[in-house]
Design a protein around this ligand. Structure first.
Ligand code: F6P
Length: 319
């Protein structure tokens, strides 16, 4: 019998997490299930940072970025002793099941808890869109909107000054923010984990574009693939463009969630509670072809990365 569920957010925050917390809370309460907000992710779960949630605990939160529960990364949750301390705390507080919202690491924690008898359901909350099995993660659309707004602004000034803007976006080994923003902003060059980095090829392409009469250029780079500052300096030295580097950084994680993210989070939050009510744990929620589905976490975390080749082909055709 499911009487009380906990909810936590873990890993890097993402816009829409609050909408998901709200949906979980209100769906559970409507089913006569008590809700406990767990602060600061798995750290709070282990330390017992628990707070009873009512309908009004989540009032006025749907439009807010960040997470009202706070978030943290706790790699030690993989250790058996730490996990067991967490399970003890949940038992002491009579929490029967937990909904977790976060990325890959968050999913693994939920799977371990389920294997030790505490049913958990995971929701994909990350701006990176790097979770397999789901078309979109909560927060990706908002982050993409932020990137596009910034790059559009850079394009204005880059155009006025015959410059090449080299823009670094986040993504955690996944090029989705880069490829989606590259197509949206009409960027000239993309450098992502999928494309790899060939400095000479980038410079060559810029020289070619210049010869074609291009007045300015935008290069979008996924974090950790190359050093945007060095690339911008090199561009200034060996092409006719003046290179300028911009690292968008954590601004991509903030802001009010877009309506798309709010709806996605609300649908997924409600589904998480439905699964737990049906006695299903160890699952993660996903959206595929606009349908909310679920699958075992184990299956999701071992899926190979789906191909983005069609996106890259489209990008190339449009330059
Ligand atoms: O996973 C979200 C993310 O913003 C990644 O895009 C980025 O690599 C990482 O988190 C940054 O982590 P931190 O906030 O710890 O600097």
């Amino acid at each position: 019998m499911l009487r009380k569920i906990g909810i936590l957010t873990s890993g890097g925050d993402s816009p829409g997490m609050n909408a998901a917390i709200r949906a979980v809370t209100r769906t559970a309460l409507a089913n006569g299930i008590e809700v406990v907000g767990i602060r600061d992710g798995y750290k709070g779960l282990v330390e017992g940072l628990y707070e009873p949630f009512t309908r009004s605990s989540v009032s006025e939160t749907i439009a807010r970025g960040g997470t009202i529960l706070g978030s943290a990364r706790l790699p030690e949750f993989k250790e058996e002793a730490v996990l067991m301390r967490g399970i003890e705390k949940l038992k002491e507080n009579k929490i029967d099941a937990v909904v977790v919202i976060g990325g890959d690491g968050t999913y693994r924690g939920a799977d371990s808890l389920t294997r030790h008898g505490v049913n958990c359901v995971a929701l994909p909350g990350t701006i990176d869109n790097d979770i397999e099995g789901t078309d979109y993660t909560i927060g990706f659309d908002t982050a993409l909107n932020t990137v596009v707004e910034c790059v559009d602004k850079l394009r204005d000034t880059s155009n006025s000054h015959h410059r090449c803007s080299v823009v670094e976006v986040m993504g955690n080994r996944c090029g989705d923010l880069a490829i989606y923003s590259g197509i949206s902003c009409g960027a000239e060059i993309l450098i992502t984990p999928e494309t790899g980095y060939d400095e000479e090829a980038v410079l060559e392409k810029l020289r070619y574009l210049e010869n074609q009469g291009k007045n300015h250029a935008i290069v979008i780079v996924s974090e950790n693939v190359c050093d945007v500052k060095s690339l911008a300096d090199k561009i200034s030295k060996v092409t006719g463009f003046a290179g300028r580097a911009t690292i968008l950084g954590h601004i991509q994680r903030g802001g009010s969630p877009t309506p798309s993210d709010r709806v996605l989070a609300s649908r997924m939050g409600a589904k998480a509670v439905e699964l737990l009510v049906a006695g299903i744990g160890g699952h993660c929620v996903a959206i595929r072809n606009n349908e909310i589905i679920s699958m075992p976490i184990e299956e999701c975390v071992s899926m190979p990365r789906s191909s983005r080749k069609a996106f890259y082909r489209l990008f190339d055709r449009l330059v």
